[in-house]
Structures are given as C-alpha cells and as structure tokens.
Design a protein around this ligand. Sequence first.
Ligand code: ADP
Ligand code: MG
Length: 228
Amino acid sequence: MDKTMEKVISAQHVAKHFHTQAGSLELFSNINLDIHQGESVAIVGPSGTGKSTLLSLLAGLDQPSSGSVLLKNTDLNKLDDKSRAEFRNRYISFVFQAFHLLPDLTALQNVMLPLQIRNHAQAEQEATNWLQKVGLGKRLGHKPSELSGGEQQRVAIARSFATQPALLFADEPTGNLDEHTGEQIINQLFGLNQEQHTTLVLITHDSALAKRCQRALRLHNGVLEEIS
Ligand code: ADP
Ligand code: MG
C-alpha cells in the first residue's frame, strides 16, 4: 500500500445502535479505520453482524450513533443537504444489495441518469459502453422488471462505474452472479482501481473477490479486525 496517498476515509470511534421493539441493538461501539486513495478493501463476516450498516456509515449514507466518519477530510453529516448531495455526486458511487434501480426507466436510462446529473456531454454513448462491458448490450431497452436478478445487478454495477467515482462502495457485488459473470465484474472493478485509482470498499462472501483486495477486514461481534 502506498501510504503517501491521500487518506480518503477515516472512521473514528464509530458506534451504531438501533432502537427496536425488542430493545436496543448495539452493532458496534468503537470502529476505527483509515482507507487511502486507491486501496481495495474487502469487508467479510457472518450475516447480521452489521456489514451493510457499516458500509452505509463509511459512505456517508447513514449517521453513526456516536463517533465520526470523514470522507476526504469532510464530515458529510455537517454539510447541508445540497452540499452533501454535491459531494456524493462528485466522488461516491454505491452498489446496494437491493439494486435500487428506478423501475420506470430502462437499463440504458438508469445508467444515463447519474451522467446526465453531471452534465456529461455523451451520456447515452457512455452508458451504452458500460452496459456493453457488463454484457448487457442486448438489454438496453429493458426495464428492471424485464431483467433477471443478475442482470439488474449488472445494470447497478454499470451505473456505479459510469461516473468513474473516486470512492466505490459495493454490498456483495457478485452475490447474484454466476462464476463467469462474477469474474468479469471483478476484473472491471479492479480495472477501475488500477486505471483510475478508484478506492474500492466491498462487502463480499466471495473468497476470490476478497483475495484480490489489498486488505480484508472481518466484522464479528462488534469488532473489525484486519485479517490480511
Ligand atoms: P449484515 O450486512 O452483516 O448482514 P446488517 O448491517 O444488514 O448486517 O444488519 C445488522 C443487524 O442490524 C441485523 O440484525 C439487522 O436486523 C439490524 N438492523 C439493520 N438496520 C436496522 C434498522 N434500521 N433498525 C433496526 N435494526 C436494524
Ligand atoms: Mg448485508
């Protein structure tokens, strides 16, 4: 790892608990983590330990119960809504476990949307290229309901890649894909990482994907430990 690279994610004493009908649920009370630009980091661990919650906190999509998360030295929770949205548009992409595609838009329109928000001059061409790269060149006009789960996942991945973000967060990006398609997606993820220094933070149960990352962190019983 090149330690001279900019620190892009810094979690300090991060705690998260939920108040539920059954009482308070504490997922973790003191997570500390620094990630530098261009690093690739896998987060692994058993189901229900709080990996998805932690990823949302690291991406600034959710607020910690206490502690802080800085992205590029900025605490998103201290920005107003407009500045926070601008920061996200500029630097961050997130591939959710439930893909969050817009149901009334086609695959092509879903991928074009973030490009149009950024006033990309060739949004349609760029979106088409990325859909072709994930093997969906023949599904451009399909709506999410007309695509399989794995295809929807690839649309979500194309959408996250298209903006060439500085920080890419993905929650089990190969979870619904067959081995061959998963391998292609992994190659594209690491292509972005190598060519554009995209920082990757990925939750995964896929050991092939975890192994390709420079660092692997395991979340278990509220503790995040470096396992490689
Ligand atoms: P993982 O991704 O490791 O499977 P999650 O972060 O999705 O785990 O969830 C961790 C635990 O927190 C689960 O038991 C889940 O039910 C609980 N949880 C997640 N979000 C909420 C919420 N908004 N309110 C209450 N409990 C939640
Ligand atoms: Mg999860």
